[in-house]
Unconditional design. Sequence first.
Length: 58
Amino acid sequence: MLAIEPALPIDARDPALPIEAIDPAEPIDAIEPTEPTEAIDDVDRCTPFAVSSIGRGY
């Protein structure tokens, strides 16, 4: 039987990602956009659900 872990409190913070590491003064434009993955560009490999979820509606 699977063990169900208790939910973390809302204010639980991941110690690996300290809040101080995020600079609120950094402009959003300074964040580099990521390239789309091949799976998004290759419609033939998408399932009908995935295609409809990106607005093609097949």
